[in-house]
Design a protein around this ligand. Structure first.
Ligand code: ADP
Length: 447
């Protein structure tokens, strides 16, 4: 087992990784920018190293600085968390080349899945159902017109290097394809430095359902069911639950096995998420994330496992601590993402937290790195915490969520906490009857 893990991230996920390490008897190293000297992960870790000024590009994304921190502290493994360098194949490779273990998949797997066109080709070959679309990249507007016309509108033009909901444009009809193609390309170039785009059939009222997979890198893999992440704003998840209110045990077993078999065949190591759109009883693959997801706690709640500890185990060469038969879901879990943002505009609201009280009690988990007196720096993502609740049934989880929200106090800044009280009052949320467009329509009507 590793002696010392360097956590190449910040915020709640850095603390989450620290906690997993401590329970395994592993020392931790926090790295931080000058804006994060007072961050909770820095306070808690056994050691800390400042890796640069506030901008992410000069600190949390600086590979040389992180490698130096590994060498100074003698860390024998690096956990990248999510975001930042977590899906950077070059980083994974450089870490490896320095004789340090990257707690995550191989550079090859990160590379393939990071290119959405290659990912779709790979998944199709491995027997995973995909959204109908162009075969590979689409290079000219003429080609875009021809493919979209052949497939039938509406279509969506997507960046091959896409992520975070950027570089995606919908064309409802032939009148819109030229502009959708051009603007997706421009946005892709600006956001990812790569203007390759592809076209997919635009599904009208799907749900976003993703399957958690886990591999040991030696041809064995399991699935840990699905998460329903349909409640989204600007293609970003806001509220996630497991299991999905619309998936049966039989469907879970079937799609889960398809996904586990697919990643087993490529000797995938560690945690991964295979994302689908789900419409009319059918699953359509859209992308695979080769990292731990923000919403992993809902899966942990329902399956009773620690995914970060499991990542560390397999990275150290140990077998997984469970088999598919051991993984039996129980009850229902829901996560709310709490952002430092002002409603209704969702504009970032950095500043100093004057009072903080986290809810507790049976079935309540708060993953957050904030505290009273903490100053949220303006440089990073606005996620400041996640509230996860668990109940024996979906009804119980919803009641618990409502109760936990009423206990949650964050003062001094604006947060998205009030959104969730409102949301819980909506009938469709109570019944689980929503698709990927539901939240935006509701926000427009209610806020
Ligand atoms: P990103 O990597 O930027 O998150 P994804 O491919 O995962 O992009 O898509 C993000 C979201 O965009 C999906 O959850 C869904 O809401 C929407 N989306 C993507 N592809 C399609 C499609 N073919 N039809 C309808 N909606 C889509």
């Amino acid at each position: 087992m590793f002696k010392k893990v360097l956590i190449a991230n910040r915020g709640e996920i850095a603390l989450r990784i620290h906690r997993a390490c401590k329970e395994m008897g592993i020392q931790t190293v926090a790295v931080h920018s000058t804006a994060d000297s007072d961050a909770m992960h820095v306070r808690m870790a056994d050691e800390s190293v400042c890796i640069g000024p506030p901008p992410g590009t000069q600190s949390y994304l600086s590979i040389p600085n992180i490698i130096s921190a590994c060498e100074i502290t003698g860390a024998d493994a690096v956990h990248p968390g999510y975001g930042f360098l977590s899906e950077n194949a070059n980083f994974s490779q450089i870490i490896h080349d320095h004789g340090i273990t990257f707690i995550g998949p191989s550079a090859d797997h990160i590379n393939v899945m990071g290119d959405k066109i290659a990912a779709k080709e790979t998944m199709r070959r491995l027997g995973v159902p995909c959204v109908p679309g162009s075969e590979g990249g689409v290079n000219t507007v003429e080609e875009a017109r021809e493919i979209a016309g052949g497939m039938g509108y509406p279509v969506i033009v997507k960046a091959a290097a896409g992520g975070g909901g950027r570089g995606m444009k919908v064309a409802a009809s032939a009148d819109e394809i030229d502009i959708a193609f051009q603007s997706a390309r421009t946005e892709a170039k600006a956001a990812f430095g790569d203007d390759v785009v592809y076209i997919e059939k635009y599904l009208q009222l799907p749900r976003h359902i993703e399957v958690q997979v886990f591999g040991d890198g030696k041809g064995n893999a399991v699935h840990l069911g699905e998460r329903d992440c349909s409640l989204q704003r600007r293609h970003q998840k806001v509220f996630e639950e497991a299991p999905s209110p619309v998936i049966t045990a039989e469907q879970r077993a079937r799609i889960g096995k398809t996904c586990a078999d697919a990643v087993a065949k490529i000797d995938y190591i560690g945690a991964g998420t295979i994302e689908f759109l789900y419409e009319n009883g059918e699953f359509y693959f859209i992308e695979m994330n080769t990292r731990l997801q923000v919403e992993h706690p809902v899966t942990e709640a329902v399956y009773g496992v620690d995914l970060v500890q499991e990542q560390i185990r397999v990275a150290a060469g140990l077998p997984m601590s469970f088999t598919q038969e051991d993984l039996v879901p129980s009850g229902h879990a829901i996560e709310c993402r709490i952002n430092a943002e002002k409603l209704p505009s969702f504009r970032p609201s950095p500043g100093t937290i004057s009072a903080f009280h986290a809810p507790g009690g049976l079935g309540v988990r708060v993953d957050s790195a904030i505290y009273a007196g903490y100053r949220i720096p303006p440089y990073y993502d606005s996620l400041i915490g996640k509230l996860i609740v668990q109940g024996r049934t979906r009804e119980e989880a919803l009641a618990r969520l409502s109760r936990a929200l009423s206990e949650f106090v964050v003062e001094g800044i604006d947060t998205t906490l009030p959104l969730f009280d409102h949301l819980l009052a909506a009938r469709d949320v109570q019944t689980g009857d929503y698709d990927i467009h539901w939240l935006e329509k509701w926000l427009e009507a209610e806020f």
